[in-house]
Design a protein around this ligand. Structure first.
Ligand code: FRU
Length: 712
């Protein structure tokens, strides 16, 4: 049915009203199944207003009602125009919702006066991955009052974002769309809480002091019903007059909802439901661990962090410290982006014990970190106060190339620093050569010289020597990349010589791992990002994997890395409320007959160990509170949810250790030969532990589960 609302005839003919706050006049809401009196040319606008998203298009949102003008009909390649009947301007503003491509004159809406373009507006997207959201736009047309005009929607673009979306065109005395909102306050507290609604339009917010921008970030500011409060740390600005500025819809109240606060709010349920054995940032998003270093009895965990949202963005370096690798204290953000668009991407930190850099000022050893500033290149910062505050080296960037993620290593044999850094060469002749790791050397962490490049490695490199079976006379260098793939070889301080193919110890939700510099007793402790482990409806998102100690051991397939939870996990679990649910010597499994142990509570933090004697069974399934872990004897594979890893048997046995937490299961096979990180939410209704053998018999030796979160 044709329901297009046009300006009524009387209004069309009426003389321009004096500008007061008169009722809005709807020019078109595009709710009908045809364009009515609007005239379409070409194909792009289809037979009539679209019912939302068209075939092959990303999700379209932000329009009103059921339909809108969407020129993605048959994709981006089609073109056309859509022109309104003539009408008279009789309000101060013409307002409309618009989205789609940002091609001036090509994906746009024009206001035509006597056939000439008097105003024009495009969509806002010019990049892959943009959003199909429509936003308000307003033209001030007071100078054209009383003029007879037409609107023309144009799609003359055929490439990426070659379409325009328009809806709900009004004449109004109230501007719709963004205007600069400002709020001034004197900083008297540690934080400002900013209400966030995940999925709301992203707003660019600035904090200014004396007219100078001191913070700038994007945030999904909530107009109402905030999901959580992001915490902007304003400690450095105490006592100063701070201006908050953002382009916001004219009726927005969001800046009024920004509230000063001294404490990080701790009491909400969301906080109580944090993982107990894994690091999560109290607020916002995290990804790669950065700057892992042990110094003055503290383990430092810096990390890629968006303090202002649940998803990736606004890259900062968050910071936490721990005495035992398990209990972390969050400290203020360590690295802020220097300016909008110059994000603090991944990097590493070292203790410069010899003060080669000359950065040391106090009695403590100086910490030096390297990170990727996306606007400048690889940059150096240093800290003389145990990592609490950092100073930029005044000659940054120290390395400029096409890449990121510098890992600093002291190469003792050549008495030099090495930077292993991901390097991209998009024009390289082979796929292998496009992505690699470059090595630079330096005597002082300030002046760097290119040494060599190795092809075929992904981002976030790590490089370290490790003794085989603890024998210091027999060590190999390990070159490790973000995807968890590593090679063994020799590194002479300049060039890495491979002596093995690529191997992998971690599987599943695991990415961009790094090992600690300066760990005591030669320990090689690694933490990864549990990539993709989500905490829906919580103020935080993503977690780090449990810290593991890496060792090199000979196996029947050659020397391999092993990963095993650091010994601090056992020590800490002994100090916790702890209930042993099951601890028996042997459990024989008869095919098809499931053994069920009632756990009695939610198993949301536990440590399970057992040895599986595979026997004649084809499959053995251990189901922990509803989540099956399946060993497939034929395929020699272990599977849990979306993660599968190859597993070998030793004299017909496989040993398993499963560490469960509120967001994950981590399975360590055969004392660390393989490790699986699996995003998982523990069931709070299924309170059983089950074991089942199929196709034959199997035996579980010494199955034992400790509930690390026992409340009674
Ligand atoms: C890996 C990565 C790094 C980059 C960082 C940005 O997850 O893409 O290469 O430095 O994340 O957050």
């Amino acid at each position: 049915m044709y329901k297009l609302v046009l300006v009524s005839l009387s209004l069309l003919l009426a003389p321009a009203a004096a500008f007061g706050a008169e009722a809005d006049v709807i020019v078109a809401d595009f709710e009908g199944d045809s364009y009515g009196e609007w005239v379409a040319t070409g194909e792009a606008f289809g037979p009539g207003p679209a019912k939302g998203t068209l075939s092959g298009q990303m999700h379209v949102e932000g329009y009103e009602g059921q339909r809108l003008v969407n020129s993605f009909f048959k994709g981006d390649a089609t073109t056309g125009t859509l022109t309104s009947p003539e009408f008279t301007l009789q309000r101060k503003f013409v307002c409309f919702l618009i989205g789609g491509g940002q091609h001036e004159g090509k994906t746009c809406i024009n206001l035509l006066v006597a056939g000439k373009v008097a105003r024009t507006a495009t969509g806002t997207n010019d990049k892959p991955g943009g959003s199909e959201r429509l936003d308000w736009h307003s033209w001030d047309v007071s100078d054209l009052a009383g003029k007879k005009v037409r609107l023309q929607i144009v799609d003359a673009a055929t490439g990426g974002w070659g379409h325009v979306n328009v809806d709900h065109i009004l004449q109004s005395d109230t501007r719709r769309g963004s205007q600069l909102a400002r709020r001034e306050l004197v900083v008297a507290t540690n934080y400002l809480q900013l209400p966030v609604k995940t999925g709301a339009a992203k707003r660019r917010v600035k904090f200014l002091i004396d007219g100078r921008t001191v913070r700038e970030f994007e945030i999904e500011l909530a107009e109402k019903d905030a999901d959580f409060q992001a915490l902007a740390d304003v400690r450095p600005f105490k006592g100063k007059a701070l201006t908050i500025e953002a382009l916001l819809p004219s009726d927005s109240n969001a800046l009024n909802a920004v509230t000063p606060s001294d404490e990080q709010p701790l009491s909400s349920d969301a906080d109580q439901n944090r993982p107990g054995l894994h690091f999560t940032s109290r607020r916002g998003w995290l990804n790669d661990p950065n700057g892992l270093v042990q110094h003055a009895g503290e383990w430092h965990l810096f990390y890629q962090h968006n303090p202002y949202g649940w998803s990736w963005g606004n890259m900062h370096w968050g910071h936490a410290v721990s005495k035992d690798l398990l209990h972390w204290t969050e400290l203020p953000t360590a690295l802020y982006p220097q300016q909008w668009g110059d994000w603090a991407f991944s990097g590493s930190a070292v203790v410069d014990a010899r003060n080669t850099s000359g950065f040391k000022t106090g009695s403590d050893d100086v910490l030096v970190a390297a990170y990727t500033s996306t606007g400048r290149g690889e940059c150096i910062v240093f800290s003389n106060d145990r990592g609490r505050t950092w100073t930029e080296f005044d000659k940054n960037p120290v390395v400029k190339h096409n890449g990121r993620d510098p890992k600093l290593v002291w190469h003792a044999a050549s008495s030099r620093w090495v930077m292993a850094v991901y390097d991209e060469q998009p024009d390289a002749p082979t796929a292998e050569a496009k992505q690699g790791i470059s090595f630079f050397t330096s005597p002082d962490l300030k002046e760097w010289t290119f040494a060599s490049r190795i092809d075929g490695f992904y981002e976030c490199p790590d490089l370290f020597p490790l003794a085989i079976d603890g024998d210091k006379a027999n060590q190999k260098w390990v070159l490790y990349a973000a995807d968890g793939k590593y090679v063994l070889g020799d590194f002479d301080g300049k060039t890495f010589t491979k002596e093995s193919g690529k191997h992998q110890v971690w599987f599943g939700n695991f990415y961009a791992a790094q090992t600690f510099d300066n760990a005591p007793n030669g320990r090689r402790v690694q933490i990864g990002w549990g990539q993709g482990i989500e905490f829906k409806n919580r103020p935080f998102n993503q977690q780090m994997t449990i810290p593991v100690e890496l060792t090199l051991r000979p196996t029947s397939r050659g020397v391999r890395l092993f990963a095993w939870p650091v010994k601090e996990v056992e020590a800490a679990s002994q100090g916790r409320a702890h209930a042993t649910i099951l601890s028996i010597d042997r459990l024989k499994l008869v095919p098809g007959r499931e053994v069920t142990v009632t756990v009695g509570g939610t198993l949301d933090q536990f440590d399970l160990t057992l040895e599986l004697e595979v026997g004649t069974a084809e499959k053995i399934t251990l189901t922990v509170c509803g989540t099956p872990i399946v060993y497939d004897a034929k395929q020699k594979k272990l599977a849990c949810r979306h993660v599968t890893a190859p597993v070998s048997t030793c004299q017909g046995r496989v040993s398993l250790r499963v560490i469960g937490d509120r967001g994950s299961l981590e399975i360590f096979v055969n004392k660390g030969e393989a490790a699986l990180s699996i995003g998982h939410t523990p069931s709070d209704t299924d309170r059983t532990w089950k074991a089942l053998a199929t196709g034959g018999e199997a035996t579980l030796h010494r199955p034992s589960i400790a509930n690390l979160n026992a409340t009674e």
